[in-house]
Design a binder for this molecule. Structure first.
Ligand SMILES: C[S@@+](CC[C@H](N)C(=O)[O-])C[C@H]1O[C@@H](n2cnc3c(N)ncnc32)[C@H](O)[C@@H]1O
Length: 211
């Protein structure tokens, strides 16, 4: 995800000294790194041990674990905020992942979510090449509906226009979340620049919610 999106959500959650933050689906720990820079204690979890290893190098002070967001290895009431950036929609069971996030949140704690905004070149490309494949973006975001089902109420929402620039097709595949980059390269041709990099108009949508 784009660093400006992490920063917007960190602002909305007032991430600062003394706060305990958990990022689910933390990937390489971008949001955790920002939380630590802002003086918070950070924890993260991701199902992919390779990205967790990279996150540990990036944020050595964070409590970073390999595991599933549907079964968080932390006690009830452990965090002031739980964040999922482009993450909850990949859960095997989104309702369970949200309930787990709520369980480890202290009373009065808040949940933050970030995702690609739907009205953008990048999102349309991602949907065109990935709809229906495991790990790809979905046309209909299933997370907000799941939030309503589990009793989470959105208190704040923001949309941030951003530009996504990636150096090559491999980095683009990573950003979009697909493993088959052949289809991606074909569909992304219009956004390719002479040096092999890609640039898209994109948007990050972020939400803050609580029970
Ligand atoms: C698109 S990446 C986002 C990474 C990071 N949040 C960011 O903003 O860069 C989604 C991440 O969710 C992880 N993931 C998918 N399903 C998961 C699950 N059920 N439990 C934990 N992590 C999961 C993937 O391994 C991947 O690293």
């Amino acid at each position: 995800m784009i660093a400006a999106g992490w920063a917007a959500l960190a602002d909305a959650l007032a991430v600062g000294p003394g706060m305990r933050i958990l990022e689910v689906g933390c990937g390489e720990g971008g949001f955790c790194a920002l939380a630590v820079i802002r003086g918070a204690e950070a924890a993260g979890i991701d199902a992919d041990p390779h990205v967790v290893a990279r996150a540990r190098q990036r944020v050595p002070s964070a409590d970073l674990r390999t595991g599933f967001m549907e079964a968080l290895p932390w006690a009830d009431d452990s965090f002031d905020a739980v964040v999922g950036f482009n993450a909850f929609q990949y859960a095997f069971d989104i309702d369970l992942a949200l309930r787990e996030a709520a369980r480890v949140l202290r009373t009065g704690g808040r949940m933050g979510m970030g995702k690609w905004g739907q009205d953008s070149e990048l999102f349309r490309l991602a949907v065109a090449i990935g709809a229906g494949r495991p790990g790809a973006l979905r046309v209909q975001d299933p997370v907000e509906e799941a939030m309503r089902r589990v009793g989470l109420e959105v208190s704040e929402r923001g949309d941030l226009p951003v530009e996504l620039e990636v150096p090559d097709a491999g980095a683009l595949a990573g950003a979009v979340g697909v493993t088959d980059s052949a289809a991606l390269v074909e569909h992304a041709e219009a956004y390719r620049r002479a040096d092999g990099s890609y640039r898209f108009a994109a948007a990050v949508t972020y939400l803050v919610a609580a029970e």
